[in-house]
Design a protein around this ligand. Structure first.
Ligand SMILES: *[C@@H]1O[C@H](CO)[C@@H](O)[C@H](O)[C@H]1NC(C)=O
Length: 411
C-alpha cells in the first residue's frame, strides 16, 4: 500500500468519527472485517478511499488502524520546536512584542487587500517550502520540524519578528497564557498579535500549528461570548489556515465544522459573515489549486486540499440552504449593506454548481434589477465618489449565479 493511501486511511478514519450519517433505510451499510464500498460515512468505521476504483470503502475498526491513528496525532515535545537558544528571554520578548505591535497590525480591510495582493507565485513558494509530501502524520510533523529548525539557524542574523518571537517561546509564554485570561481586552489584543504573527509567515504558521494553535482558537470560538473576541479569533484562524492545507486538515479533525455551524446558527450577522468569508476563501483556494495545472506540485497540492475536502463537509452541513437564508436575512435586515450582500453572494457563487437548486431565484432576480438600476444611476457621476463599478460588479455577480433563463436587461 502506498504511503498516500495510508495517509488517506488515517484521515478518513478521523472523518468517519466526526461525521454522523443520517441513516437512510435504502442504503444501510452492514460493516464486516472486509472492505466494502460505502456511499455514506458511518461513525466508528475504518474508511478508505480506493483510488483505483474511485470509491470509498469501509470496514470495522481493527487494532492496526487504531495504532495508525495514534501515530498520526503523536505530539512533538515542546523543547524540540525551539532551537537550542535559551527558552525564555523576557526582555528580548518584550522588545520583539513592541516592534510587532507597532507596525504589523493591519485593519481587517487592509488585511484582505494584502491577501489579495499576494501573487500566486509567492503562495506556491510558501507551500512548496512547507514540503507537504503526504506521509504518515508523525513523519510529516518531524520533517516540518527539522526544516523549521534549519530555517531558524539560517536566518539567525536576519531580522524577522515572527521567527524571533517563536524562538523566544512567545506562543507559550505570551499568546496561549493571555488567551486563558478572562479580560476581553487582553484576549482581543493577543488575537490581533496572533494573526499578525502567522500572517504571510509560513514558519510561524507551522509553529502555531505545532503548538496546538488550531484547537486553542477553536476553543475560543466555541466558548467565547464576546462578539469582539470572536471576530478577532476568526481573523487569527484565517491567518493560520490560509494557504496551509495541513492546518485546514487539523481544523477539520478537531471538529471545526461543528463550531462553524454553531456560530452560523446562533451568532450576530456580523460574525456569521466573517466566518462565511473565511470558509469561502478556503474553498476558493482549493479551486485555485485545481486550476493551477502548471504548478510543478499541482498533484500534491490538489491531493492535500482533497484530504481536507471542505466543500463536501460544508455541503453535508446544509451550506447551500444556509447561504440562501443568510442572503434573505441581510436583505431583510439592512438592504443597503451592499458589502455583506457581496460577501454572501461571493460565497454563493463559489458553490453555485452544487447549490443552484437551493437558491431562491426571486431574491437574486430582484437584486439583479436593483444593482442594474444603481449602476446606471451612478454612471452619470464621473467623480471619484461614483460607485458605478462596485454596483456593476454586484450586478454581474447576480447574473453569474443565476441560470440563463433568469438573466434579463443588459446594462
Ligand atoms: C489554558 O487553559 C486550557 C483549558 O483549561 C489548558 O488546557 C491549557 O493548558 C491552558 N494554557 C496555558 C498556557 O495556561
Amino acid at each position: 500500500m502506498s504511503q498516500y493511501v495510508i495517509w488517506l486511511l488515517i484521515f478518513m478514519t478521523f472523518i468517519s468519527d466526526i461525521i454522523c450519517s443520517e441513516s437512510k433505510d435504502d442504503d444501510t451499510f452492514i460493516p464486516t472485517h472486509e472492505w466494502q464500498v460505502v456511499r455514506r460515512f458511518q461513525k466508528g468505521l475504518h474508511v478508505r478511499m480506493n483510488l483505483e476504483a474511485g470509491v470509498t470503502e469501509a470496514k470495522l475498526l481493527n487494532k492496526e488502524s487504531e495504532e495508525l491513528k495514534n501515530k498520526a496525532v503523536m505530539k512533538i515535545p515542546q523543547k524540540d520546536i525551539i532551537s537550542d537558544e535559551p527558552l525564555l528571554d523576557t526582555k528580548g520578548l518584550k522588545e520583539t512584542l513592541k516592534r510587532i505591535k507597532g507596525d504589523d497590525i493591519l485593519k481587517p480591510d487592509e488585511i484582505r487587500k494584502t491577501n489579495k495582493l499576494r501573487s500566486y507565485e509567492e503562495l506556491k513558494k510558501e507551500i512548496n517550502s512547507l514540503n507537504l509530501i503526504p506521509k504518515i502524520g508523525a513523519e510529516v510533523l518531524r520533517d516540518l520540524l527539522t526544516q523549521h529548525k534549519e530555517e531558524i539557524k539560517k536566518e539567525r542574523h536576519d531580522f524577522d519578528n515572527g521567527v524571533e518571537f517563536v524562538r523566544q517561546n512567545g506562543f507559550q509564554e505570551v499568546i496561549y497564557k493571555n488567551l486563558n485570561m478572562s479580560d476581553n481586552q487582553i484576549k482581543q489584543e493577543t488575537l490581533k498579535l496572533f494573526g499578525s504573527l502567522v500572517q504571510n509567515n509560513g514558519k510561524v504558521q507551522i509553529h502555531a500549528l505545532e503548538t496546538s494553535g488550531v484547537p486553542v482558537l477553536l476553543r475560543i470560538l466555541n466558548l467565547e461570548q464576546s462578539v469582539e473576541v470572536k471576530s478577532r479569533a476568526i481573523h487569527a484562524m484565517s491567518c493560520l489556515l490560509r494557504r496551509f492545507p495541513l492546518a485546514q486538515l487539523r481544523f477539520v479533525e478537531n471538529g471545526g465544522l461543528s463550531v462553524v455551524m454553531k456560530i452560523l446558527e446562533n451568532d450576530p450577522m456580523r460574525v456569521q459573515i466573517k466566518l462565511v468569508t473565511l470558509m469561502n476563501d478556503l474553498l476558493m483556494e482549493h479551486k485555485q489549486a485545481l486550476q493551477d495545472k502548471h504548478n510543478e506540485n499541482h498533484d500534491l497540492l490538489v491531493s492535500q486540499y482533497q484530504l481536507v475536502n471542505l466543500e463536501k463537509l460544508l455541503l453535508e452541513q446544509q451550506w447551500c440552504e444556509y447561504l440562501n437564508k443568510l442572503l434573505y436575512l441581510i436583505a431583510a435586515t439592512d438592504p443597503e449593506d451592499h458589502d455583506s450582500i457581496e460577501k454572501c453572494m461571493l460565497a454563493m457563487h463559489t458553490v453555485a454548481d452544487k447549490c443552484l437548486s437551493y437558491y431562491s431565484k426571486d431574491i437574486l432576480v430582484s437584486l439583479q434589477e436593483k444593482y442594474r438600476l444603481l449602476a446606471l444611476s451612478d454612471l452619470d457621476r464621473s467623480d471619484e465618489f461614483s460607485n458605478s463599478d462596485f454596483f456593476t460588479n454586484l450586478y454581474n455577480l447576480c447574473r453569474n449565479i443565476l441560470p440563463q433563463k433568469y438573466i434579463r436587461n443588459e446594462l
